[in-house]
Design a protein around this ligand. Structure first.
Ligand code: BGC
Length: 936
């Protein structure tokens, strides 16, 4: 029911003589394991969540009732034959585990919830939601792994790029179809088709995992795609991450450069049909399926795709196609590991971009400019003679003479080829099994000058629902934020990758842990990151270290980890716990995380990691503050010790959250010991850090590893360091993220603002000044003076690298001031740092409890702050104020305002404790004491 309807029913109740009270709450956005109506859940007690909306302030859920029924009819009659939780007194709305009847494979679970408010009034039932159980045991699969050995059909002289096999199967429906569900997966990549149409909208299924340990299957409702009589199902396969080229293996002349998991892509599919008469029929992949190779001549994630339209088999995925010339399939050895339901979110086209210009810097090489950096593919529309070969090359930037810049792709060939069949009506092509990172597409092979309509950019990304919004009064800052979101989109592609263009595109763990909190503000990444945490734990080394990237396609045992990177196993798990109040994930990987900490312990001497503790890894000691600008960079071991301390603190909190109280105590004790040793070794007698670098100071402050008495001096040290560098940063990948929070937390808001609004090199806005539409790997990926940075930089020069975009965390937490005091945003903190430079700032964040908003603006000397706190949560709001009586809400003095339970002045802030609702505060006369710097 919508709120307007709710109000209407309340009015009705007023005039009806009834003992019923008016319900003020509404439960909505029901999800199971973070997904809306998922089709394959394998957990015996999946976790359920909803959000509560209210039409009054300080609304609280005091109880809930969940009903889970095996049929929609049962649910509509409120019969929870699977589970009726009964009225359960609690304000919890998420991480609630199903606790009903045992669930079997393919079990349909229809559910809804109602909630009670603080007056005991009960809401209406929510709209109904759904989940279905997956295939729980290997015996639920009848399908066999089938494949076709295409290796010898490779025609490429330089690379192993065999043609894609096409599989097909026909059958006749036995009667009226009630329901059909397709379960499918591959080792490699696949596209499923039924009766001439693509099934679903996903790209790159089944995603990237450590295929030796597990592979995910997808589940599609396909009832509408089938019809009476004859039906056909088809699959196209490609090597993908399984058998194709991955990462920089070619570049470094790794003994193996492709086929890291296996050499031949294989398929497993099971279409389960339920007829109206109750009969069941399964169409399963088997040796009676037909196979052939056809128009897809090459298909590789890094190298690109080639398609010869003259070889296309028309209607090959329809029933009446004549496949007598096709071969029969072979049963193949399939996955070594488990076949599990995909827990993540699919990759799909999330945006379409039209070119803004075409240039011709070299004869008959046309460059289409899409206007922004992106990851994905293009749709090509062409008309021409049969056999015409069109080549598409991709680049992120242009050389000064207008030619495509491809040096930074290194060994990723990134070329697509289309050979026309000569259709007079024109022809359209979209590659299926490759993607590129680019802004420019160079097209050659055309007989005449093209029109812009020849291509459309199709942006591919994992479907992580938008959660955040950020806008300031400054265009450059807004551009920076847009660039951050765009770069996240380009790199949250099944795994959190470092970059989408060159021969890497791997789940680099350091980048992931630095950036992840920012990602949580931008989109809902719970399901996406929980999937990657499985990859990360699957890749953990025997000594406990988490690797430099996950999945770990190529192994160099015991040298592929580094402090700052391997800590991702603990930090990323903690982030999921913290942001979504998810203790399941902590339980799931607790032992693994402990193992990582044991490694630090083993390597330590007298409670500190000594110099040389990571000498076995490559580069020696680890990556340190990668890409820093320091003359003398921060020592790798200082950073390793800070990470160790940080991990210990996070582990203590997580242990507490899952009830491991003894462990929590032990971690706290260990923390104090390491901290003592750290102070002894790294602090000078003057209270400053002996290592005089921005990164050392910023990390020590922001990761909170110093006792309070040290913080003031170290913050001053950081200020001095900035001053001596003309206010510019020197920090690298790991350090940069901590600079602004360290300054803000120490009360240096003006100085934080000064650093944030710098425009010269190196700074966040420097890229914006230089026309960036994304976040670059290096501050100097491109400089006016030095172009692309000369020889040594050309290869390590990604223009889509999110790590430095981690600044958005500070933008949300400090500029807009959206934060929390607990885990899972139940106790919210609104603590903006308004200033006379960047306003008005307006941000919102859709938390697991609903929408939080903080928007401030200056009206002359008065500050206005609009805040939204979702129902069933409370908040602490910090309003810069000259005094208690100088703040109003609406037009009322605070004492008259409903929803505010406490108010006190702390320094220059008035701190309020409030319940849910929308508030509009005015803080009179505070404008003159707010920091101001020159606007960028
Ligand atoms: C990646 C990074 C990564 C780094 C390790 C690079 O090649 O692109 O982002 O963290 O290696 O230092």
């Amino acid at each position: 029911m919508r709120l307007s309807q709710l109000l209407f029913s309340c009015l009705l109740l007023l005039v009806l003589p009834s003992a019923l009270q008016c319900a003020t709450l509404e439960a909505n956005y029901l999800r199971c394991e973070y997904l809306v109506n998922p089709l394959a859940i394998e957990k015996a007690s999946p976790s359920l969540s909803w959000e509560v909306a209210a039409n009054s302030r300080a609304a609280v859920q005091t109880a809930y009732q969940i009903i889970v029924a095996s049929t929609p009819e049962g649910l509509s009659q409120n019969q929870g034959d699977l589970w009726d939780s009964g009225k359960t007194p609690t304000n919890r709305t998420n991480q609630i585990h199903y606790a009903g009847e045992g669930l079997t494979a393919r079990q349909d679970c229809y559910w809804k919830v109602r909630v009670w408010d603080e007056n005991g009034a009960v809401s209406d039932w929510s709209e109904s939601a759904y989940w279905r159980m997956g295939l729980l045991a290997s015996s639920d699969w009848q399908a066999h792994w089938i494949g076709f050995d295409n290796r010898r059909l490779n025609k490429n002289k330089e690379f192993q790029l065999p043609p894609s096999p096409y599989f097909r199967k026909t059958w006749t429906a036995k009667g009226k179809i009630k329901r059909a569900v397709l379960y499918s997966t591959a080792l490699g990549l696949y596209e499923a088709r039924i009766n001439g149409q693509k099934v679903g909208k996903d790209y790159f299924a089944p995603g990237w995992t450590d295929y030796n340990k597990r592979v995910y299957y997808q589940t599609y409702e396909v009832t509408q795609m089938l019809h009476s009589g004859d039906n056909a199902m088809g699959f196209i396969l490609a090597n993908g991450w399984y058998a194709g080229y991955t990462g920089y293996a070619v570049l470094v002349r790794h003994p193996q450069t492709y086929a890291f998991y296996g050499e031949i892509p294989v398929l497993k599919a099971q279409l389960e049909i339920e007829y109206e008469n109750g009969e069941q029929e399964w169409i399963s992949s088997d040796s009676d399926w037909k196979v052939n190779t056809g128009p897809i001549l090459e298909a590789d994630l890094l190298m690109g795709e080639s398609y010869d339209a003259r070889l296309a088999f028309d209607k090959w995925d329809e029933a009446d196609y004549d496949d007598t010339a096709w071969k029969v399939c072979r049963k193949m050895v399939g996955a070594m590991g488990k076949v599990e339901a995909s827990p993540g979110v699919p990759v799909q086209v999330v945006e379409e971009i039209e070119p803004i210009a075409i240039t011709e810097p070299e004869k008959e090489k046309y460059i289409f400019n899409l206007g922004t950096n992106m990851a994905g593919i293009v749709q090509l529309r062409v008309k021409g003679k049969a056999g015409t070969k069109i080549q598409l090359r991709y680049g992120e930037m242009l050389h000064p003479d207008g030619r495509l810049m491809t040096e930074n792709l290194r060994k990723a060939r990134a070329i697509d080829t289309y050979i026309l069949r000569g259709d007079e009506a024109g022809e359209t092509w979209i590659p299926k099994f490759t993607y590129h990172g680019f802004q420019y597409v160079e097209i050659s092979g055309l007989s005449e000058r093209p029109e812009k309509g020849m291509i459309t950019g199709l942006v591919l990304s994992s479907l992580t629902p938008q959660a955040g919004h950020f806008e300031s009064g400054n265009k450059m800052i807004n551009q920076l934020y847009t660039n951050i979101v765009r770069t996240q989109k380009a790199n949250y592609l099944d795994v959190p990758t470092d970059c989408p263009q060159r021969d890497e595109r791997m789940g680099w763990t350091g980048d992931a842990q630095i950036y992840m909190r920012t990602a949580t503000y931008n989109t809902d990444i719970a399901a996406f990151h929980r999937k990657w945490l499985v990859d990360l734990n699957d890749a953990q080394f025997g000594n406990g270290a988490y690797p430099n990237f996950a999945p770990l396609a190529f192994h160099r045992p015991n040298t592929m980890y580094s402090p700052g990177w391997m800590d991702a196993g603990i930090i990323c798990t903690y982030n999921i716990f913290k942001v979504y109040n998810d203790v399941d994930i902590v339980q799931q990987f607790y032992a693994n995380m402990q193992h990582q900490l044991e490694l630090y312990q083993t390597k330590s001497s007298d409670s500190l990691l000594p110099d040389g503790a990571f000498d076995e890894v490559n580069p020696q000691g680890g990556y340190g503050d990668w890409l820093n600008q320091d003359k003398t960079p921060t020592s790798k071991m200082l950073m390793a010790n800070i990470y160790w301390l940080f991990d210990l603190r996070l582990m203590a909190e997580m242990a507490e959250a899952i009830g491991e109280k003894e462990d929590a105590k032990d971690y706290q004790i260990a923390y104090r010991k390491v901290q003592e040793a750290f102070l002894e070794k790294y602090m000078g007698g003057d209270g400053r850090l002996k290592e005089n670098t921005q990164t050392a100071c910023a990390m020590a402050l922001d990761l909170d590893v110093l006792p309070p008495s040290y913080k003031t001096t170290v913050a001053k040290q950081l200020l001095q360091l900035l001053e001596t560098n003309k206010g510019y940063l020197t920090a690298g990948f790991l350090g940069a993220k901590h600079l602004l929070p360290a300054l803000s937390n120490a009360g240096y808001q003006k100085e934080a603002l000064e650093l944030f609004t710098k425009k010269g090199f190196p700074s966040w806005l420097y890229e914006v000044v230089n026309g960036a539409t994304s976040i670059w790997e290096r501050w100097d990926s491109y400089t006016i003076e030095n172009g692309f940075g000369g020889e040594q930089n050309a290869g390590m020069n990604s223009f889509s690298h999110y790590a430095f975009g981690a600044v958005a965390e500070w933008m949300f937490r400090h500029l807009a001031g959206i934060d929390m005091l607990d885990s899972g945003y139940r106790k919210i903190m609104i603590h903006p740092e308004p200033n006379a430079t960047l306003g008005p700032v307006s941000a919102s964040y859709h938390s697991i409890n609903g929408e939080i908003k903080s928007a401030w603006s200056l009206k002359g000397e008065h500050l206005q702050l609009e805040v939204t706190i979702p129902a069933n949560t409370t908040a602490q709001i910090w309003i810069p104020a000259e005094g208690k009586d100088l703040v109003k809400e609406g037009n009322l003095p605070l004492s008259k305002v409903e929803g505010i339970s406490k108010q006190e002045m702390i320094g220059h802030y008035l701190v309020l404790e409030v319940g849910s609702g929308q508030y509009r505060f005015t803080s009179m006369g505070v404008g003159k004491s707010l920091p101001a710097v020159k606007a960028p």
